[in-house]
Design a protein around this ligand. Structure first.
Ligand code: MG
Length: 248
């Protein structure tokens, strides 16, 4: 499965080798078990403002900006765009609720993946749409010695956000590597789309309620049920990436 996935990626992108020197990690739903709190805080906003939404919507919307999510819900419910003020106010309220609910639980298996990546000598980067100022402190507390502040892409860095490739292209730039020298780890369909659009080998971990097909249709090169399964398969992934060279 891993071998075929690498060959398929190399053919599709026209590379000779996959040579992972950096791993770009999404944050919510990958490093932290936080998506349920995002869905819950969004559902609370939807109830307060009578917006049509289900919890699953917020797993599908994950990765795009909060303002885009609000606008989509306004279009669906009221058949009009949300005003700038509505977008700003509702997103502030959602962010406040999320902060109250979020308990900072690391994603099971993530620490094992990060240790394996560190041991294999590859850089670790975080590429997230989150805009928390204290993010690096939080990451350092959960995963000591794994990340550094200059190797992060957050909401403050990007103009577009996922599914646009910009965040992951910026991640490549910060790591100083090419697309075939990186791996993306994502849980959201739009995040997968962004990684694939940036030309990077993109691994989906399905840590939420969506069907596997949704992530595969978004273009995931490889799919695992969770981070523990990725950790268990990491050595094989590295072994195959070293062994496979496509003739030009
Ligand atoms: Mg995510």
């Amino acid at each position: 499965m891993i071998k075929e996935a690498i060959i398929r990626y190399l053919r599709k992108q026209g590379h000779e080798r996959l040579n992972p020197k950096a791993v770009l990690f999404d944050m919510d739903g990958v490093l932290y078990d936080s998506m349920r709190f995002h869905a819950r805080s969004w559902m609370s906003i939807a109830r307060t403002y009578h917006l049509d939404a289900t919890p699953e919507d917020f797993y599908l919307f994950e990765g795009q900006t909060g303002e885009n999510t609000i606008n989509e819900l306004f279009l669906r419910t009221f058949h009009r765009n949300a005003t700038t003020e509505e977008k700003k106010n509702l997103y502030e309220e959602k962010t406040r609720l999320f902060k109250q609910m979020n308990d900072g639980t690391p994603m099971p298996g993530a620490a094992a993946v990060l240790e394996k990546v560190k041991t294999s000598g590859a850089q670790r980067l975080v590429v997230t749409g989150s805009g928390q100022r204290t993010l690096i402190d939080k990451l350092d507390h959960s995963y000591p010695g794994i990340f550094s502040p200059e190797k992060m892409v957050t909401a403050f860095d990007v103009k577009y956000g996922k599914p646009h490739p910009e965040p992951y292209l910026m991640g490549l730039e910060k790591a100083g590597v090419k697309a075939n020298e990186a791996i993306v780890v994502e849980n959201a369909p739009m995040g997968v789309e962004a990684g694939v659009a940036a030309g990077i080998f993109t691994i989906a971990v399905n840590t939420g309620p969506l069907k596997d097909e949704v992530l595969l249709e978004a273009g995931a090169d490889l799919l695992f049920a969770n981070m523990t399964e990725l950790a268990e398969n990491w050595d094989e992934l590295i072994r195959f990436s070293r062994a496979i060279t496509l003739a030009e």
